[in-house]
Write a protein that binds this ligand. Structure first.
Ligand code: 16G
Length: 240
């Protein structure tokens, strides 16, 4: 299985071999893979070498470890398109998954200067501050911290926020959502967020800030979302 004369390092060859086995479903999603000891016997290499391969595959998100249990095959990441102005609910339904929401904060506050500037509000204006954990088939996927002008959405309620915010805006309020600007960056999960997302720290996350406007040009939301990087990859179609 391994070519010990090759210029390709042994640990890379082991990674390639395991990737192939996973792709061929020899080890299906969520199944356990052989232990370090078993793999080192199989390949006739040291456990150190096997450990290096496994650690790399864990870092790539292909495998995950569970303390005291072993190493398992991770689910394929979700591909999130960056082109359309869709809602979380729509994205999950389009994939045949069941969207869920846990509302963990809903209050009316004066926003900080940056959010106020993004929303184009006066210094007296209030915003709804909404914090929601978003789930796909009961797995936490993202945390969304949204800021929405109270003047624009005076009837927004806890009840409405259990479902789709965009459905509330479009169907209840009969407002027309126009476009958005998104900024994306990498970060390490804060302890609090890692708990909400049920991930072990240190963990990389992707942060997206979306500033969305109605068709008439009024800005209706600033959302700062924290996505699990072990569950998401982002995709955009680009032309030239
Ligand atoms: C998405 C949007 C968020 C929007 C939410 C509405 C990003 C970065 N965020 O998660 O801005 O508020 O959908 O979802 O894409 P809902 O209609 O299901 O509540």
């Amino acid at each position: 299985m391994l070519d010990k004369q090759s210029a390709i390092p042994i640990y890379v060859q082991i990674e390639d071999y395991l990737k192939q086995q996973i792709a061929q479903d020899v080890y299906p999603v969520k199944s356990i893979i052989p232990s370090e000891r078993e793999l080192s016997e199989l390949f006739g290499v040291s456990r150190m070498t096997v450990r290096q391969s496994l650690t790399n595959l864990v870092k790539e998100g292909l495998l995950y470890r569970e303390k005291g249990r072993g190493t398992f095959v991770a689910e394929e990441k979700m591909e999130q398109p960056l082109n359309g102005l869709t809602s979380f609910t729509e994205d999950m339904k389009a994939r045949g998954l069941s969207p869920g929401t846990k509302l963990i904060g809903f209050s009316q506050v004066r926003p900080d200067p940056q959010i106020r500037a993004r929303l184009g509000l006066s210094s007296e204006a209030l915003v709804h501050k909404v914090v929601r954990i978003r789930y796909a088939d009961n797995t936490p996927m993202a945390i969304e911290r949204s800021y929405l002008p109270v003047d624009l959405l005076p009837t927004l309620s806890e009840e409405a926020l259990q479902g789709s915010l965009y459905a509330f805006i479009e169907q209840q309020e009969k407002l027309v959502i126009g476009q958005a600007t998104q900024r994306m960056e990498a970060a390490l999960a804060k302890k609090e967020d890692a708990e909400y997302l049920q991930i072990a720290i240190p963990a990389a996350v992707v942060q997206i800030e979306r500033v969305s406007t109605l068709e008439d040009g009024r800005t209706f939301e600033v959302v700062r979302s924290t996505y699990r990087s072990d569950r998401y990859k982002f995709i955009s179609e680009i032309g030239r």
